[in-house]
Design a protein around this ligand. Sequence first.
Ligand SMILES: NC(=O)c1ccc[n+]([C@@H]2O[C@H](COP(=O)([O-])OP(=O)(O)OC[C@H]3O[C@@H](n4cnc5c(N)ncnc54)[C@H](O)[C@@H]3O)[C@@H](O)[C@H]2O)c1
Ligand SMILES: O=C(O)[C@H](O)COP(=O)(O)O
Length: 528
Amino acid sequence: MPKVLISDKLSPAAIDIFKRRGIDVTVKTGLAPAELREIIGEFDGLAIRSATKVTRELLDAATNLKVIGRAGIGVDNVDVKSATARGVVVMNTPYGNAITTAEHAIGLMFALARELPEASASTKAGKWEKNRFMGVELTGKTLGLIGAGNIGSIVADRALGLKMRVLAYDPYLTEARATTLGVEKADLDTVLARADFITLHTPLTEQTRNILSRESIARTKPGVRIINCARGGLVDEAALYDALKSGHVAGAALDVFEVEPAKESPLFALPNVVCTPHLGAATTEAQENVALQVAEQISDFLLTGAVTNAINMASVSAEDAPRLKPYMELCQLLGSFAGQLTEARQGVIRKVGIEYEGAAAHVNQRPLSAALFAGLLAPMMEGVNMVNAPVFARDHGIELAETVFDRDCEYQTLIRVSVTTDEQTRTVSGTLFGGAKPRLVEVKGIKVEADFGRHMLYVTNRDKPGFIAQCSAILAEKGINIATFHLGRTEKGGDAVCLISIDETLPDDALAAIRALPQVMQATQISF
Ligand SMILES: NC(=O)c1ccc[n+]([C@@H]2O[C@H](COP(=O)([O-])OP(=O)(O)OC[C@H]3O[C@@H](n4cnc5c(N)ncnc54)[C@H](O)[C@@H]3O)[C@@H](O)[C@H]2O)c1
Ligand SMILES: O=C(O)[C@H](O)COP(=O)(O)O
């Protein structure tokens, strides 16, 4: 039974789902990093929000971990690169808290426009300062969106309902999408110059860090009000402080901070600053949504291999997972076969070609190439799997060329793999016998039908009499039982391949004896 640890405060709905799906679930929140490192090795899955920091050190200790599920959107608390390198899938729940967070941004905009927190504090203090507070109307004002993804789009929709004009800066926003949203697509300078309110809705990346820098804040319209419900680090807090003090910025509402938890900040002393402690996603509805989603996604992955909302891997729907399973197995075996042949020759792989024909041409091929790379690279690298194999391949400069043939095919399905090293190109093809059982059908362009046995001997030889008898005699002498024996050749007397499935591994001296046979050009032991 797979084991999952919930290490942040998640709705109890998640626990129910894990239990219902047959997952052994443990809840331990508020653990110190060392305490978490101590226990993480037991778990196959980890469910988190933003409090748990999934560092390289934690991942080093997470020897069984297969999946990290973030109940929420931002994964900046996860070292995704290290997780990928260790073959751990990282998933989030990209939509579950989007409405709630957009509502928080709108709420903060109202709070700024009418100085609600200050007015509330003053009233509760018995001051009744009716003449101190004079707000601004939102109707007819311009809202500048920086980032028009899931949350930004919802904010735009609500702002349009408030009769605001919405300008959006997002390099990935198309004109067509802007029209659908009812917003005006603009460059950053235009948003800065024209917006009465600016609201940020981008992830924190190298491009967005300090997107509201001292210089860009200086270019904003005097009297602008700024809302950040996305990530600390998007706004230069020191520059914001100076602009608020000078009055150039009339107000700022911050849900997120450069350093969290934000226990102290010069900004806290300013009356025109509204702060909340990273509450963007904090509603019952949103927390229920993300908890349910993350628990289902983690369970699906651990129980069926379905991959949803992964940051570092191609998606495989729950519906597709069982259908793709035999194809993935075939690809992994073909990759492993080709990888072991390449390893035997110590060649550096330069290029991998994958051709899909028949039924394989009509399935989702992205996870298939990942499975193939995992099989191919496993003999050469430790800890390789479907998550990290495509990254390893890219990092090692291995070019991937995929071709899908929509044509009549001799087999119900056919996947052909060619691996090019500095010295040669090796081709192997396989099919799914009966639609499910992986079978080799071609090696080096020579037809030879064989199941993938646990231990196999692959021989290339010249098609001359005596080879089968001599090879069998060597195996018999070592007491090695032959399970299956398959032959193929280009033509009578030409190049031949032989695939022998044996019941155990071949001792080195037997392999050497087979290699020494006069007809043999290459003999390699393959294990799956
Ligand atoms: N405060 C909270 O509690 C809370 C809750 C949920 C999400 N968030 C954060 O809100 C942010 C947005 O979430 P989302 O779900 O809308 O993400 P999203 O991925 O749907 O949208 C992000 C948008 O930013 C745009 N973008 C990327 N680089 C940009 C750049 N350089 N300039 C302008 N736009 C750029 C992208 O094109 C995309 O449209 C994330 O950082 C997320 O972590 C915070
Ligand atoms: O990225 C997110 O989803 C938000 O920052 C919410 O984070 P939280 O779930 O830890 O509050």
